[in-house]
Design a protein around this ligand. Structure first.
Ligand SMILES: Cc1cc2nc3c(=O)[nH]c(=O)nc-3n(C[C@H](O)[C@H](O)[C@H](O)COP(=O)(O)OP(=O)(O)OC[C@H]3O[C@@H](n4cnc5c(N)ncnc54)[C@H](O)[C@@H]3O)c2cc1C
Length: 387
């Protein structure tokens, strides 16, 4: 749990390149290996994130307020956090995603209450949607009371999250469908977690356990939005640009570490090493261009009524391109540093494990075919597809 004594938001962060962010990223990098074990969570890193004002940076009046056209800068910030520690980036992205869903679908009272949870208590949020056959049902008991039944898999942050946003099938007489709710963890019965579920290739520190919510009782004020809101486009699929940003951060870390490693070995005049660094550099920069374009275009297209499909198609292109960039960057980095470079305590093997795991995001095939579907069905000429 994040220390209650951390400072309130005092953020003066104006860009992902600010000195404050650079210092934070260095701290995250220095701590990353400490939480790289099953069952661990990067508590100290999140204490520093809270202290640096990161948890509330998208709240009203803050530098990356969701009401401002700041998506590009949010993506660049997510990328930097991913550079510091991919597991921290994953959990932070979930926190930002939950705050965005509250921004989109919360009522005034909820926005105020959840905003205070972040500002005053540094509470962590998350979004837990993935489930297996024993997924969640939200039973309406009447009188504005509900009880949950079932489990979620891949719950990043697990018991360290104080305000998980959980989805499930609402079963009630007057309303039914896929419903979001936010669980005030200190107010409900203990939520058992299955740590054995999480024996992953990488991303150990994301603590993405399986949790059983059966018997958790909620009130009307804990339900967010209406059934079906969670899947509303372009917000649902368009959000892929955020995880792509975090992923690119790890690839950028590989480039940075490879430069340092080869410099230290004085292997910088070799033409093959130059060629690999050259390729990694242009790949990372193309990833940056994807993020910047996706951020700017999303902000513009969100103001247009008929652009939801275009936002989703562009997000699908961004995540698909960045997946390829990350895969190729890992290969190039490993060829550059060789077996000796893949030994601990050097960071390459951890970043490789973490990035390989975190690149496995939902529906990659559907994302690619979705781009094709959009292009076949839009009336825009080819040169004008993304204007
Ligand atoms: C580190 C980490 C943290 C995570 N944290 C969270 C979290 O906090 N909250 C959360 O909700 N989720 C979380 N997830 C889960 C994540 O969002 C995805 O749901 C999950 O990674 C996808 O799992 P999968 O690759 O096994 O998916 P699958 O859907 O099984 O995909 C595997 C492959 O099968 C293909 N495929 C998919 N459907 C079909 C089909 N019907 N027929 C044939 N092929 C198909 C896909 O395109 C892909 O190629 C996390 C995942 C990771 C790796």
């Amino acid at each position: 749990m994040i220390s209650q004594s951390v400072k309130r938001i005092t953020s003066t962060i104006q860009s992902a390149d600010s000195q404050q962010v650079n210092t934070l990223i260095n701290q995250l990098m220095a701590l990353a290996s400490q939480s790289d074990s099953e069952g661990a969570f990067p508590e100290e890193a999140f204490g520093q994130m809270a202290e640096a004002g990161m948890l509330g940076i998208t709240l009203p009046g803050q530098p990356l307020d969701f009401d401002l056209p700041e998506t590009k800068n949010l993506l660049q910030l997510l990328k930097r956090i991913g550079t510091g520690n991919l597991a921290v980036g994953r959990v932070y992205e979930g926190h930002i995603n939950a705050l965005y869903l509250i921004h989109l679908f919360g009522n005034q009272e909820q926005k105020k209450r959840y905003g205070a949870d972040v500002r005053q208590h540094q509470r962590l949020f998350s979004v837990w949607n993935t489930q297996a056959d024993d997924g969640i049902r939200i039973h309406a008991l009447g009188g504005g009371r509900y009880v949950l039944e079932g489990s979620k898999t891949f719950c990043s942050g697990a018991g360290w999250i104080q305000r998980p946003l959980v989805t499930g099938e609402l079963v009630g007489q007057d309303r039914s469908g896929w419903q979001m709710c936010i669980i005030p963890t200190e107010r409900v019965k203990p939520i058992p977690s299955d740590e054995q579920f999480w024996q992953p290739l990488g991303m150990r520190a994301s603590a993405s356990f399986k949790l059983d919510f059966t018997g958790v009782e909620l009130e009307e004020q804990d339900l967010l939005g209406q059934p079906g809101d969670y899947f509303k486009q372009p917000y649902f699929s368009g959000g892929a640009i955020r995880f792509a940003a975090v992923q690119l951060g790890a690839a950028e870390a590989l480039l940075s570490e490879t430069r340092t490693y080869l410099n230290d070995l004085n292997r910088v005049d070799d033409p093959f090493q130059k060629a690999r660094i050259g390729e990694m550099t242009y790949l990372i920069e193309s990833g940056n261009q994807w993020l910047n374009a996706a951020g700017d275009k999303t902000d513009v297209w969100l103001t247009q009524d008929d652009s939801a499909d275009k936002i989703v198609a562009y997000a699908n292109m961004t995540r698909t391109a960045i997946e390829q960039i990350c895969l190729r960057t890992m290969e190039l980095a490993e060829r550059s540093v060789g077996a000796r470079g893949l030994l601990r305590p050097l960071p390459f093997e951890r970043i490789h494990r973490d990035l390989s795991m975190y690149l496995r995001q939902p529906a990659p095939d559907a994302a690619l075919t979705g781009i094709g579907h959009y292009v076949f069905h839009t009336s825009s000429p080819t040169h004008d597809l993304w204007r």
